[in-house]
Design a protein around this ligand. Structure first.
Ligand SMILES: Nc1ncnc2c1ncn2[C@@H]1O[C@H](COP(=O)(O)OP(=O)(O)OP(=O)(O)O)[C@@H](O)[C@H]1O
Ligand SMILES: [Mg+2]
Length: 254
């Protein structure tokens, strides 16, 4: 089954599209693995979950990952380049995947990268290291009929580090902003270099000049338009209200 990464400019609608795609597939009774690769974890929250210390994260399971792939303590990630790695598997889950996935519903599983903790703040290493296992996990993941949907960090970041090798396609989200087109062009350049099929979804209504530019660039790749949907915002607002209510009770207790 397909491994898809949703990419685009900050705020273009990546987490919204990832979430809708996951829900759509789940409604069709298909199995889906969502990967929230953004440290802000909006996909986790869109799926109705909250981040807490109990949530397993890619970031905190580096040790299990290293053990699973046989990387000893003194060996760097680069040593994996020429090695034949063990297969990961979803449905049924291998040991590492099982320890990392959250069961959101009968059809939906979720892996989150996680927020940087003190260890990241104090580290001399780049924060991209948090996501490092993805680079070897995705290409070696046997999906067994499960669709994988990855919600990305904004921009070309993840692609520049080749963290999405093993993906079957990229879905770029474009919105009513010239910069949104520019970022998608950069993403497409990287996708072309990596030989990754690239598709485009236009999110919410766009001005005529932007629509013309999108069509002139991506007529063949354009999958369609995602309309502005009032129901999307209220879902999130409802969650916020629920949270504020809980918070105010706590404040009231003080
Ligand atoms: N089609 C839509 N209809 C209504 N609201 C939308 C739609 N698409 C996105 N939004 C709203 O726009 C905001 C940004 O969307 P979203 O979080 O999906 O963007 P993103 O690209 O994931 O952002 P980031 O780069 O911060 O991760 C959210 O509040 C979301 O609810
Ligand atoms: Mg997002």
């Amino acid at each position: 089954m397909l491994k898809l990464a949703v990419v685009g400019k900050g705020g273009s609608g990546k987490s919204t599209l990832s979430w809708l795609l996951i829900q759509y597939l789940a409604n069709l009774k298909q199995l889906v693995l969502g990967i929230d690769a953004d440290y802000n974890m909006n996909l986790l929250s869109n799926l109705g979950l909250d981040y807490s210390a109990e949530v397993p994260t890619l970031h905190h399971s580096h040790q299990q990952f290293r053990q699973f792939i046989g990387l000893t303590e003194n060996e760097s990630w680069g040593m994996l380049k020429d090695r034949k790695l063990p297969q990961f598997s979803i449905n049924p889950d291998d040991e590492y995947t099982a320890s990392l996935t959250l069961q959101v519903s009968e059809q939906i599983k979720l892996i989150v990268v996680g927020l940087g903790d003190e260890d990241v703040l104090d580290s001399l290493l780049c924060g991209h290291g948090q996501v490092a296992p993805l680079k070897w996990y995705l290409p070696n993941l046997e999906t067994n009929g499960t669709t994988v949907v990855i919600d990305s960090v904004a921009g070309t970041d993840m692609l520049n580090y080749n963290l999405y090798q093993g993906c079957d396609a990229l879905i770029g989200v474009v919105e009513n902003h010239r910069n949104s087109i520019r970022v998608l062009q950069q993403i497409q350049q990287t996708a072309d270099r990596l030989n990754l099929p690239f598709y485009v979804v236009c999110n919410q209504s766009v001005e005529e000049s932007i629509a013309t530019e999108i069509l002139s660039r991506w007529d063949k790749q354009l999958l369609g338009n995602l309309p502005h949907d009032e129901a999307i915002a209220p879902t999130i607002i409802l969650k916020l209200v629920r949270k504020l209510k809980t918070a105010s009770i706590r404040f009231g207790d003080r």
